[in-house]
Ligand binder design. Sequence first.
Ligand SMILES: *[C@@H]1O[C@H](CO)[C@@H](O)[C@H](O)[C@H]1NC(C)=O
Ligand SMILES: *[C@@H]1O[C@H](CO)[C@@H](O)[C@H](O)[C@H]1NC(C)=O
Ligand SMILES: *[C@@H]1O[C@H](CO)[C@@H](O)[C@H](O)[C@H]1NC(C)=O
Ligand SMILES: *[C@@H]1O[C@H](CO)[C@@H](O)[C@H](O)[C@H]1NC(C)=O
Ligand SMILES: *[C@@H]1O[C@H](CO)[C@@H](O)[C@H](O)[C@H]1NC(C)=O
Ligand SMILES: *[C@@H]1O[C@H](CO)[C@@H](O)[C@H](O)[C@H]1NC(C)=O
Ligand SMILES: *[C@@H]1O[C@H](CO)[C@@H](O)[C@H](O)[C@H]1NC(C)=O
Ligand SMILES: *[C@@H]1O[C@H](CO)[C@@H](O)[C@H](O)[C@H]1NC(C)=O
Ligand SMILES: *[C@@H]1O[C@H](CO)[C@@H](O)[C@H](O)[C@H]1NC(C)=O
Length: 503
Amino acid sequence: MGVDRTSKVASKIQIIGALSVIWLLAIVFMHFVRPIILPPVLNLGVEKDEVLIYGPWGNERRFTEEGQPNREELEKEEGEEDVWSYNDSCKFVLVESIPQDLPYISARSAAQPLIQSWMELLDSAQDSVHIASYYWSLTGPDIGVNDSSSQPGEELLGKLETLLARNVSLTIATSDPTLAVNSTDLEVLMGKGAQVRKVPMKHLTHGVLHSKFWIVDMKHVYLGSANMDWRSLTQVKELGVVIYNCSSLASDLEKTFQTYWVLGVPGATIPKHWPQNYSTNINWHHPLQETLDGMVTTAYFSASPPTFCPRGRTKDLEALLSVIRGAEDFLYASVMEYFPTSRFEHPIRYWPVIDNALREVAFNRHVLIHLLISCGKNSDPSMFPYLRSLQALTNPQTNITIEVKIFIIPVGNHSNIPYSRVSHSKYAVTEKKVYLGTSNWSEDYFTNTAGVGLVINQRSSDPQHPAPTIQDNLKSIFERDWQSPYAISLDKLPGQQDCAWHA
Ligand SMILES: *[C@@H]1O[C@H](CO)[C@@H](O)[C@H](O)[C@H]1NC(C)=O
Ligand SMILES: *[C@@H]1O[C@H](CO)[C@@H](O)[C@H](O)[C@H]1NC(C)=O
Ligand SMILES: *[C@@H]1O[C@H](CO)[C@@H](O)[C@H](O)[C@H]1NC(C)=O
Ligand SMILES: *[C@@H]1O[C@H](CO)[C@@H](O)[C@H](O)[C@H]1NC(C)=O
Ligand SMILES: *[C@@H]1O[C@H](CO)[C@@H](O)[C@H](O)[C@H]1NC(C)=O
Ligand SMILES: *[C@@H]1O[C@H](CO)[C@@H](O)[C@H](O)[C@H]1NC(C)=O
Ligand SMILES: *[C@@H]1O[C@H](CO)[C@@H](O)[C@H](O)[C@H]1NC(C)=O
Ligand SMILES: *[C@@H]1O[C@H](CO)[C@@H](O)[C@H](O)[C@H]1NC(C)=O
Ligand SMILES: *[C@@H]1O[C@H](CO)[C@@H](O)[C@H](O)[C@H]1NC(C)=O
């Protein structure tokens, strides 16, 4: 009996010893060996004061919460030449389009009307216009609709034709296959001398080219949610930005345009390593900095999918996550669709990357979160449970607020126009930054769809006379919409699948 008990104790000690050794080996493996043998993972946890995130070149890098690189990062950066030897005076102007018959919204705005800014940009063009757009349908007949609200689109097409008559070159990258199968816009423009390449995204990445931007005379830029579609001017709510007199950002975005352009050649494949001249030094940890009229602005472009990001280009998902994680007071976001899943890949996969980031900042830092999501005739009601789940985290006692509203644009007498009367905007604004993108917030847009994002921060360099920053302006646009009668609280949605306007 005694001997028996001793040997039992001894074997217990052996087991504990063996377990400790295994435990130690596991720790050694996790901390030292794994990072060497396995590729880095996107770490969603916030560790101490640092945020772990994919670096611009696919390495895991560490940044402080301000998005500032560590000292060793800075030392690495030293010695890189300064690319910003431009004589720029970059001016950032928000642009939007408000669908017809939204009386509560059309009033004063911190943004310019999109059609006006587009027309002025084209009038000012002297040399070249480059346009990346998902699809083209600028005329009523393009989509088989006879409606007076297609007129601004038709005028825009006419203006583009006059460019070519003025010897301004017009270069267009668009997606193949296209949604607008009956449109003749591109044929009309090619007939006048426009150069067009259709990027076979379905073949290249199983995605689409969803980007929407212009580069005018290699110094002005438009980027936003609007497609080259007449409905974007009169029937769909859109938001974007025009950057004037900014060769540095224009030539940086041109590098992304060139990634599409080379892939539009028949038989082209995505290079494993993009040539050096596609790489950029303007990115998340090294944004462009500009001072104009007492306003200090920093800005950079992001791109998706990751295979379209040459060296130095911040990936669109990283840009968005860094804006979410950088928030300390509030985060307001307006997106057309919100799914913490994949949408087009089958089987559909759960993908809570953005969802988790929102929950983290709401929980860890009590950031006030307001989400404004669009809903219309073609919306998928399976989106609502995810939104209710996010909102369920709200708890006044613990200072957690995630509030979701659904933006419904009354169809009124416009029911003859398909795929319209929705809010197509895709942006986020915090007290620190503005993120303007072209992607819905679901997985595919960041993994196989070509898109672009722009992150901007402004602060007044004159505390005596502070002018409104771009954050202030976008915040006021968001609040205008949030407080409008078209923003319906999620709890008050009249029936889960019903996105018709009841007033
Ligand atoms: C930059 O532009 C300003 C105004 O357009 C001009 O006065 C100045 O000479 C330019 N500087 C250089 C270095 O080109
Ligand atoms: C294109 O035109 C055909 C024939 O008129 C029509 O059946 C089809 O619905 C149109 N497609 C689109 C996307 O407008
Ligand atoms: C379009 O509608 C207008 C009036 O609503 C009509 O006068 C015109 O003939 C129509 N055009 C076509 C091509 O059907
Ligand atoms: C356009 O360029 C062509 C050839 O360079 C020239 O003959 C023509 O006069 C130019 N037209 C205008 C309006 O500048
Ligand atoms: C861009 O620069 C030109 C020339 O310096 C100036 O005339 C124009 O007003 C500027 N545009 C904006 C929107 O500031
Ligand atoms: C990079 O250089 C190649 C070869 O000179 C050229 O064809 C390509 O357009 C350049 N790309 C960019 C983005 O400048
Ligand atoms: C909630 O936030 C307010 C204002 O930031 C603060 O005064 C309060 O102590 C917070 N309460 C909790 C439970 O964190
Ligand atoms: C459509 O409705 C608006 C008001 O909502 C009205 O002003 C307009 O005249 C109507 N148009 C037609 C063709 O009925
Ligand atoms: C996302 O946005 C595009 C337009 O930007 C829209 O056509 C599409 O239906 C949206 N939803 C999904 C799931 O792609």
